[in-house]
Design a binder for this molecule. Structure first.
Ligand SMILES: [Zn+2]
Length: 364
């Protein structure tokens, strides 16, 4: 995400263009839906001149609007897609060009304008790898450019071990070595946010609701940041130890089985989906395979004698095998089980891992 610094006049110009673009999209969507047409070329023949004339869009903007509609309509042909007035506007190299690392030239309804941008160090390094389309995004009175960059992936490691990772509510992530990834700071912030939210919900006034919304945004940013930190640490450790990363397969996605209630809650509560995505893409960049394993009974199975029983978990934190007496921290045991399920497959079918990787290849 690249922040665009606009003065008032430039801001108005961008906003006007964005509104006009999305108005046009809604109009095009009407035609697409009425004619049941999700074909870009056909749709373009029908609407192009009319849209250009009525909305005053440039040729390329019109083409982009048609593409946006087609892509959205294709996803679900049962409903007519609608577009928010300040929904993302798609730019390509013909209507947007980079002027070094701190300026960008963007086409508006009033012609091209050159704008200063704030490029993070990360992006500046990858300036030459910017690829194709850029989305212009309007958020809280500021414009951003969402840029896609190509990042070369490192060569795949030759794995010598497996790092199993258990994700939970109390401990966001625990690995099969028993290392826990949820700092005290995170706990503190989470507690503070939770109690603040509870207060505001009890209060229930209009301003409390507004405040609540603000806090939710802050919470999402905090979570995202934490997930970045945790995934980074995990991947660094896997790289150091030349290990594959093993995670529980998200229930139901692979084999259509239903998700246990406890698991469902877990998956939603701390953005585990986000954490998984972060681990997957960071691992891909570092050449670390990530495999998903069947999550059944990972919290109840004894890693030593494989006895499975609910009674092996006398309480949330403790695992104690009812058969052989093996005991430890429950999350650590779960992570060990997760890792063990991969080890079993590792030497027998090495192709399995590559296959798994392709299936889970992250989109960058
Ligand atoms: Zn046992």
């Amino acid at each position: 995400m690249v922040k665009v610094n606009t003065d008032k006049e430039q801001y108005e110009k961008l906003l006007k263009t964005m509104h006009r673009f999305n108005d046009a999209c809604n109009d095009i969507a009407n035609v697409a839906f009425k004619n049941r047409c999700a074909n870009k070329v056909k749709l373009q023949k029908i609407v192009y001149y009319d849209i250009r004339e009525r909305y005053g869009l440039s040729a390329q903007m019109t083409v982009r609007a048609i593409s946006k509609v087609v892509e959205s309509y294709k996803r679900n042909k049962k409903i007519k897609p609608t577009f928010r007035r300040d929904g993302a506007m798609v730019y390509d190299q013909r209507i947007l060009s980079w002027k070094g690392i701190d300026r960008v030239s963007i086409l508006t309804l009033d012609g091209r304008i050159e704008l200063p941008i704030v490029f993070g160090q990360y992006q500046a390094m990858r300036m030459n790898r910017i690829r194709g389309q850029v989305d212009l995004i309007h958020r809280n009175g500021t414009f951003y450019l969402a840029v896609v960059v190509d990042v070369p992936e490192e060569e795949m490691i030759k794995p010598v071990g497996v790092l199993g990772v258990d994700m939970g509510i109390v401990n966001i992530a625990v690995d099969s070595d028993g290392d826990t990834y949820s700092g005290e700071e995170m706990d503190r912030v989470r507690e503070r946010i939770e109690s603040l939210k509870a207060d505001l919900q009890r209060c229930g006034t209009k301003s409390a609701k507004r405040h609540l919304k603000k806090i939710s945004g802050r919470e999402a940013r905090f979570r995202r940041n934490m997930n970045h930190c945790i995934s980074k640490e995990l991947v660094a450790k896997a790289k150091d130890t030349q290990s594959i990363i093993a995670l529980e397969e998200l229930g139901g996605i692979r084999n259509g089985t239903t998700v246990r209630k406890s698991q469902r809650r877990r998956q939603h509560s701390w953005g585990f989906y986000q954490l998984r995505r972060f681990i997957e893409y960071k691992a891909a960049l570092a050449g670390i395979p990530v495999v998903g394993i069947d999550p059944a009974y990972t919290s109840q199975e004894c890693p030593v004698c494989h006895h499975i029983s609910r009674k092996n978990r006398p309480n949330r934190d403790t695992f104690r095998c009812g058969l052989c007496g093996f005991s430890g921290h429950a999350d650590h045991i779960a992570a060990m089980n997760i890792a063990a399920r991969v080890t079993v497959n590792l030497p027998i079918v090495s192709g399995f891992i590559e296959h798994e990787l392709q299936e889970q290849a992250p989109t960058l």
